[in-house]
Design a protein around this ligand. Structure first.
Ligand SMILES: *Cc1c(COP(=O)(O)O)cnc(C)c1O
Length: 222
């Protein structure tokens, strides 16, 4: 199957109201262009520099989301390049993004990344800390909290990640109920190529898919 056919097949199966984010790390602009021609409207990039290069060619007719871990020293570039940061995971990064967004006179949409598996080596806010973190973020003038994102642990069977998606959805609902001023819980970003169907069953309305669109990654780069 071609990229075009794979994108079409996913759109056919994806319930309406669920946003497809094409995870495009290491993919060429030609490959991404084919996905865009097949209807992809949101590009998820992991690295600032890679996003910058690709954006010069592909432009901003599509949305660009940051889905990789973001270092504080890349905040300025990130604010310039991305329409949404899905991986906000620390107060230090939040302050830096807020400062940069303020300087540019814009409000930056963000999702809080939840470390739903409480894995020490992974980034993301621990489940029990998410509500307080969101409350704190809501006081930053130039960030707009719009939901949550999670990866979940890398498991052997896709089904094993379900409880972590469910937990993240529960946190999402809890925060939604609090009606925190300035926080609009719109997006729950969960699920990748092997797990997006499970994620959608558990309430995801945004899925991040790479391999199932572009095929296995063959290049040695990150
Ligand atoms: C690479 C990546 C994906 C997509 O993973 P696939 O298994 O290739 O679909 C989703 N989310 C993040 C954060 C990624 O880095």
């Amino acid at each position: 199957m071609s990229i075009r056919e794979r994108v079409r097949a996913i759109f056919k199966e994806l319930p309406s109201g669920v946003t497809l984010v094409a995870a495009t790390k290491t993919r060429t602009v030609e490959e991404i262009q084919e996905a865009i021609e097949a209807g992809v409207k949101v590009i998820g990039e992991n690295y600032v520099q890679e996003a910058a290069k690709k954006q010069m060619v592909l432009g901003r007719g599509v949305k660009w989301h940051c889905i990789g871990h973001l270092q504080t020293n890349k905040a300025e570039q990130a604010v310039r390049l991305f329409d949404l940061i899905q991986t906000l995971d620390s107060w230090k990064l939040a302050e830096e993004l807020n400062k940069r967004a303020f300087k540019k006179g814009l409000i930056l949409p963000v999702l809080v990344e939840v470390n739903s598996g409480r894995e020490p080596q992974k980034s993301g806010v621990f489940p029990e800390d998410v509500l307080i973190f969101v409350e704190k973020l809501s006081r930053l003038s130039n960030l707009s909290v719009q939901g949550l994102m999670t990866m979940g642990p890398l498991t052997e069977k896709p089904e094993e990640v379900r409880p972590f998606f469910r937990l993240t959805k529960d946190i999402f609902t809890e925060i939604e109920r609090k009606q925190i001023p300035g926080v609009k819980m719109q997006f729950l970003s969960m699920g990748m190529s092997d797990t997006w169907r499970i994620a959608v069953q558990e309430g995801a309305n945004m899925v991040r898919i790479g391999t199932a669109i572009f095929g296995p990654r063959t290049t040695g780069q990150p």
